[in-house]
Write a protein that binds this ligand. Structure first.
Ligand SMILES: Cc1ncc(COP(=O)(O)O)c(C=O)c1O
Length: 356
């Protein structure tokens, strides 16, 4: 039996989207592909709320995280570390042979603008990396309060991971002044895994031109050069590009504002449910994610046993990530998931755990 996915990626992919995956193959250096590539571009810009160049990478999001470090860091980077994925991004800095520092907070907390300002004011950095929605802890950074800090440092390139929020939450790339913004297909975009999308500002592309050792596969300037011909530098996952074109069209048809509002409704419903059942939200108050709810397992439920029984009923949720395994559990409500489906899941959890 298929288990409906309420895990924070991959998320449930609806049958109409899966069907697009059986579109017959086309060559990636011909007219049909050029049309497909050109059709995706304006929709992706709309989704990202940007006029900057947009690109698609045949890799998961981590590929573009590494690309940010390889293409952007000339001097030194500052990475906010709030959980497992931001920690991964920080580790990549050293692995790529670059210099960088971490601005770390306790898991479950958000980094505050004043801390960022203090670190950037040292003048040591040319790159700033932030994970918007830390999927491991369920915290979501407030971009409205961080953007004004970054505006004070125009020489710094801002790289933003919106892997598990893009498509569920409004990310105003141009208004906030984000230079590189990236997202994976298998999260709030509600597609299968396999590709990542990103945009790059003029400042980011100009920086790349000054940075040596950008590598081959993820060279931003190669993406830019190929994009001018409606192509990608290497063979793209054409099947997933068909899906992206279709899925972006579907999102725009739903209306982005409606989509964001649906996500807020689901998040509010899930948080209220948890609190009414005597459970505690794991993230710091005011920084709870809109695309997933991380719940502090204060009642010491056996999360594995819960998930096993949910599985028998055709659903699955997520345990805590890494050091939070068993201590928290996570319910994702992102992508094409509807409130009624979330209600169904929570009814099953009430029944299994005998929550009143
Ligand atoms: C916030 C965040 N960043 C990065 C990643 C890594 O993305 P990918 O698995 O697409 O490489 C994930 C994956 O869950 C994530 O949640």
């Amino acid at each position: 039996m298929h288990k409906k996915l309420f895990i924070p990626g991959p998320v449930e992919v609806y049958p109409d989207v899966l069907k697009v995956m059986s579109t017959p193959m086309i060559g990636h250096r011909g007219g049909d592909y050029h049309k497909l590539h050109a059709s995706i571009r304006p929709k992706l810009k709309e989704l990202m709320h940007t006029q900057n160049d947009v690109f698609i990478s045949t890799s998961s999001g981590t590929g573009v995280m590494e690309a940010c470090i390889r293409n952007m860091v000339g001097k030194r980077s500052l990475s906010c570390v709030t959980g497992a994925f931001s920690e991964r991004w920080f580790k990549i800095v050293g692995e790529a042979g670059k210099e960088g520092d971490a601005l770390s907070v306790e898991w479950g907390k958000a980094v505050k603008p004043a801390e960022i300002d203090k670190a950037l004011a040292t003048g040591k950095y040319d790159t700033f990396c932030l994970v918007h929605n830390e999927t491991s802890t369920g915290i979501m950074q407030n971009l409205e309060e961080i953007a004004p800090v970054l505006k004070k440092y125009p020489e710094i390139v801002w790289c933003l991971d919106t892997v598990s929020s893009m498509g569920g939450v409004k990310i105003e790339v141009d208004k906030f002044g984000v230079d590189v913004c990236l997202a994976s297909s298998q999260k709030a975009l509600a597609m299968p895994p396999g590709i990542a999308v990103f945009c790059a500002s003029k400042k980011a592309l100009a920086r790349a031109a000054t940075v040596k050792g950008r590598g081959h596969y993820f060279d931003f300037l190669a993406f830019k050069k190929s994009d001018e011909k409606d192509e990608t530098p290497t063979t793209p996952a054409v099947t997933m590009f068909f899906v992206l074109d279709y899925q972006l069209g579907k999102m725009l048809q739903e209306g982005l504002e409606n989509r964001y509002a649906r996500h807020v409704k689901m998040a509010q419903y899930c948080r209220t449910w948890a609190q009414e059942k005597g459970l505690k939200l794991f993230p710091e108050k005011g920084y709870e994610s809109v695309t997933l709810t991380a719940i502090d397992n204060v009642k010491n439920f056996d999360v594995a046993a819960l998930n096993k029984e949910l599985g028998n009923r055709g659903f699955t949720i997520s345990d805590g990530y890494g050091q939070l395994k068993g201590k928290t559990f996570r319910i994702a409500h992102m992508g094409d998931t509807q409130l009624d489906e979330l209600k169904q899941l929570l009814d099953h959890i009430n029944d299994i755990l005998k929550l009143k």
